[in-house]
Design a binder for this molecule. Structure first.
Ligand code: HMG
Ligand code: MG
Length: 300
């Protein structure tokens, strides 16, 4: 398999990253982060979530964040919507693209969205209908594709079945999430091979958390499987509130460095991206989770 000539990076830091932060983060700081990311050349940013504030308090101000950002043409500003209520709130906030999220593990589905996998997929049907009516694109997520914090092993056929359902429902792309970052390069290749037999690879994306330090290897393995869309989080922010111990997504800066080294086009400026990541780390008063950013900033 030859490598793709260009890759689309889906920046999930403002959502997957910040959703896990315990301390309050102002709307202004969230807005600045999103604007910094698009200024660095990211063409897709997941800005927030329209979920229950009781479940994920940090995402409560998502409508205000959408109102505050500078929305530029050609850039996708997306939000998570777990049900019709969330979709309607997103619509009200002027969101033009949403993401629904299911899991490949029953145990995780219950902990994350309080229902079975089957029930979650049923909940998405009215969301898909409403989205179609309003001309809103829907992306799908499958969590725990390479392991679950509650049940351990996850059956790849189950991953493929959930991904195929989201695809059949009308999600234009399905992002496969190693929510707890336990996957390896071999397991990632195998997973895309199995899911790729059910959903065309050009409609699949990889979403790797870096808990075990394997995310870049997993991305390289996925590139070899023909995957050309990856989710990442500036400065490696985040984790998942329902996956204890899981660290953030792979850092966008590190993925970009890998892709630049392979001569794969992304349209993103590494220096500006590093500045965006460092700024939010200063706000959060935490160390930068990107190895590339740390190395570059140490030299500056
Ligand atoms: P529930 O308690 O079962 O829902 O939660 P319910 O329908 O029984 O409603 C309970 C209350 O929530 C009601 O309010 C509803 O109005 C309200 P009350 O009457 O008690 O005042 N409610 C809502 N409020 C705001 N927005 C909504 C909404 N829906 C109901 N959309 C629910 C079910 C799905 C809402 C809840 O479990 C939830 O919000 N979960 C969110 C979980 C979450 O955001 N997890 C993190 C994102 S997923 C992730 O990180 C993985 C990913 O990155 C990929 C990967 O890494 O694998 C995507
Ligand atoms: Mg995630």
């Amino acid at each position: 398999m030859t490598l793709p000539t260009s890759v689309r990076l889906v920046e999930v830091g403002p959502r997957d990253g910040l959703q896990n932060e315990k301390q309050p983060i102002s709307v202004a700081d969230k807005v600045r982060l999103v604007d910094d990311l698009t200024a660095a050349g990211l063409a897709y940013v997941e800005v927030g979530s329209f979920v229950s504030p009781k479940w994920v308090p940090q995402m409560a101000g998502s409508a205000e964040v959408f109102a505050g950002i500078q929305q530029k043409p050609g850039i996708t500003y997306a939000a998570l919507a777990p049900n019709l209520k969330g979709f309607e709130a997103a619509l009200e906030a002027g969101v033009k693209e949403v993401a629904v999220f299911a899991a490949a593990s029953e145990a995780f589905s219950q902990k994350n969205i309080n229902c079975s996998i089957k029930e979650s997929l049923e909940r998405f049907v009215p969301v898909m209908d409403a989205a179609r009516e309003h001309d809103i694109r829907v992306r799908g997520y499958v969590s725990c594709v390479l392991g679950c914090p509650y049940q351990g092993e996850v059956d790849l056929q189950q991953v493929a079945a959930v991904a195929a359902e989201l695809d059949a429902m009308g999600c234009y792309e399905v992002s496969l999430g190693d929510t707890i970052g336990v996957g390896t390069a071999g397991a990632s290749r195998k997973m895309f091979e199995v899911v790729g037999a059910r959903v065309p690879r050009e409609r699949l994306a990889g979403h790797f958390h870096d808990t075990y330090g394997q995310a870049l290897a997993n991305i390289y393995a996925s590139l070899l499987e023909g995957i050309a869309v990856f989710d990442s989080s500036v400065a490696g922010l985040g984790g998942c509130p329902y996956a204890k111990g899981a660290t953030g997504n792979v850092a966008t800066e590190d993925v970009l460095y890998l892709l630049n080294g392979l001569g794969i086009h992304t349209g993103i400026d590494l220096d500006k991206l590093i500045d965006a990541g460092q700024r939010i780390c200063t706000v959060l008063d935490k160390p930068n989770g990107s190895r590339v950013a740390r190395a570059r900033l140490a030299k500056a």
